[in-house]
Design a protein around this ligand. Structure first.
Ligand SMILES: *Cc1c(COP(=O)(O)O)cnc(C)c1O
Length: 424
């Protein structure tokens, strides 16, 4: 009989007390009190708590403008419009991401072109971006995917040279650094989700942060009708009182209240997560088949709150064992592994991006206003298309408890060293 639990052996994690090591978000009486105070005042629909939260976020990012939204999807859509994305225009984004990085572009009558990804970072490959730019390209949306900071220097260089805006989708990476700079402050605008699962959790919500007053004011006018009376831009003033987007995007104040408390404790919680996750990867350094998804320690770049932690999978080192089978064997070792092969489904291959005629234009929305068929079928992004086989979710530890982490490491190590038993 094999040692592997999947093949009848003893489970590595049978007797591990993992407690709340995976529990997220961390909610304490402080969050509860903050929410109750808003409820008791009946202030769920105002903006006073949200504006306090915005001030605190401005201080956190050290930038002058933050605008809270009811979702990250909304904040990213507003950022697109504020960056000048209009009918027939294009944005560039990576294909392996949550759809809310890019799909909103259809609502603006614009479309998305997917660029190749770097297989070691799971972010947009700067070397590929420039060839995707056309005279319709208005923005590059970079996603700091699973918290890995996108290589921003070359992307900003290309964008400045070609007169294109850069929107950072920071939904996975609040508090992360790129060469010492806070993510979200490098592009023209940072936009992100802070829904409950994200590393900065508030309930449901999102926000954008920028140094550019025009981007801020346009975003206000797009989805915040009451606040539109505060804009000064002559292009926007005539439309005060109604939202140009036809949307109502203000943040629910119960979310703002939670967000304020979470932000206060955020850096301290991120530090603990980084300690735990770096320990996990250090312990796995010599194990074949699985490689850390984190920047080199001397780079000045960090993984923030390590949202939706991923590992890189190298099947060749395990006799070609498919990643799904590897995950199955690790999960069988017990505990709360729940490892999954791959990551978000590739957007460029999904029917919504290729077939759906959402607004009745008589052709797929993806190309409804394009003068060419820019759809990208199977084989169009050869590197990106290998990624579902080359990455996997890994445990996302929220506390530094070496004895628990060691047990998880031992389970992965055991499966990796006995991979030949699974290949047979
Ligand atoms: C969660 C997420 C969003 C969308 O945010 P919501 O608040 O859920 O609307 C956008 N981009 C990425 C990468 C995400 O993970």
């Amino acid at each position: 009989m094999s040692d592997l639990a999947l093949l009848g052996g003893k489970k590595t994690l049978e007797s591990v007390e993992e407690g709340d090591i995976f529990r997220w978000p961390i909610i304490t009486p402080e969050d509860e009190e903050a929410v109750l105070a808003v409820l008791r005042r009946g202030a769920m629909s105002g903006t006073d708590v949200t504006r306090q939260f915005e001030e605190e976020l401005c201080a956190y990012f050290n930038l002058p403008y933050v605008l809270c939204h009811n979702t990250g999807t909304a904040a990213i859509q507003a950022a697109m419009w504020a960056c000048g994305v209009r009918r027939g225009d294009e944005v560039i984004c990576q294909s392996m991401t949550y759809w809310g990085s890019a799909l909103q572009v259809f609502s603006l009558g614009a479309t998305v072109v997917f660029g190749e990804m770097d297989p070691s970072t799971l972010t947009l490959d700067p070397a590929d971006v420039e060839s995707r730019i056309t005279d319709r390209t208005k923005a590059i949306i970079v996603v700091h995917y699973s918290a890995y900071p996108t290589d921003m220097d070359p992307i900003m260089e290309i964008a400045e040279r070609r007169g294109i805006k850069v929107i950072e989708d920071v939904s996975h990476a609040q508090g992360g650094l790129y060469k010492g700079r806070l993510l979200g402050t490098i592009g023209h605008v940072g936009a992100m989700s802070i829904m409950s699962g994200k590393s900065l959790p508030c309930g449901e919500g999102g926000f954008l942060v920028t140094e550019d007053r025009q981007i801020y004011e346009r975003s206000v006018s797009f989805g915040h009708y009451q606040r539109s009376f505060e804009v000064e831009d002559a292009e926007l003033v005539p439309f005060q009182g109604m939202p140009l987007g036809g949307y109502k995007y203000r943040m629910h104040q119960l979310s703002s209240a939670v967000g304020r408390v979470q932000l206060k404790h955020y850096d301290e919680r991120v530090e603990v997560i980084q300690k735990a996750m770096n320990y996990f990867w250090d312990e796995l350094e010599d194990v074949p088949g699985i490689k850390a998804h984190r920047p080199p320690s001397e780079s000045g770049s960090t993984m923030g709150g390590w949202y939706a932690a991923k590992g890189l999978y190298v099947a060749e080192e395990l006799g070609g064992l498919p990643v799904a089978r590897f995950c199955e064997a690790v999960n069988a070792e017990g505990g709360s592994f729940g490892l999954r092969p791959g990551a978000n489904p590739l957007m460029h291959l999904h029917a919504v991006l290729n077939e759906a005629d959402i607004y009745g234009d008589g052709k797929p929305t993806r190309i409804a206003f394009s003068d060419r068929d820019l759809r990208q079928g199977i084989g169009s992004l050869p590197v990106t298309e290998t990624l579902p086989e080359r990455c996997l979710s890994i445990p996302w530890f929220k506390h530094y408890r070496p004895e628990v982490i060691d047990a998880y490491v031992a389970a992965i190590r055991k499966v990796a060293h006995r991979a030949d038993e699974l290949c047979a």
